[in-house]
Write a protein that binds this ligand. Structure first.
Ligand SMILES: [Zn+2]
Length: 165
């Protein structure tokens, strides 16, 4: 068994954001993020009530609503609107945006990202500029995990930087 195998299982537990999002209280204004660093790869999962991002939570009916949802998906897919790395050079390798279709329910949006970084060991902090794009998000609860440490932090528009130490 390699050293990485236990970490892999930890990540599986850690990364059921979508599952946890269903268990978490759906509170407008709040979003959740998980960040995991393993070797040179950084995985991010993001979950938010749709209301925070597009201003509604039903299946889009009008052209305007469809347009708003597409614009939001496009914004989230860039990755740069979500997260920035200070002290490390990271490239977005994969982004998946999931929009649950539900009628009359409090629906959420989920996004997952994989970044590949050149020098993750030297990363100083991670900033989350998402607040600037989505004024409906007031608070992001972040959980993070590296091979040597883990923690949780609450980010706000006034304090959107995360120290991974
Ligand atoms: Zn809702």
């Amino acid at each position: 068994m390699t050293v990485k195998r236990p970490l892999f299982f930890i990540l599986l537990l850690f990364f059921s954001v979508e599952v946890r999002a269903h268990q978490m209280a759906h509170v407008h204004g709040r979003a959740h993020m998980s960040i995991a660093v393993i070797d040179n790869v950084l995985e991010v999962e993001f979950a938010s009530p749709a209301e925070n991002l597009v201003g509604f939570e039903h299946t889009p009916h009008t052209a305007k609503e469809k347009q708003a949802l597409e614009a939001t998906k496009h914004q989230l897919a860039s990755g740069e609107n979500l997260i920035r790395f200070n002290g490390a050079n990271c490239r977005l390798e994969d982004a998946r945006i999931t929009v649950p279709q539900s009628e009359g329910d409090h629906a959420g949006l989920y996004a997952s990202y994989r970044f590949h970084c050149d020098n993750l060991a030297s990363i100083k902090s991670i900033s989350v500029p998402l607040f600037a794009s989505f004024s409906g998000i007031e608070v992001i609860e972040v959980q993070w995990l590296t091979s040597s440490a883990q923690g949780a932090e609450t980010l706000t528009p006034q304090s959107n930087e995360l120290q991974l130490q």
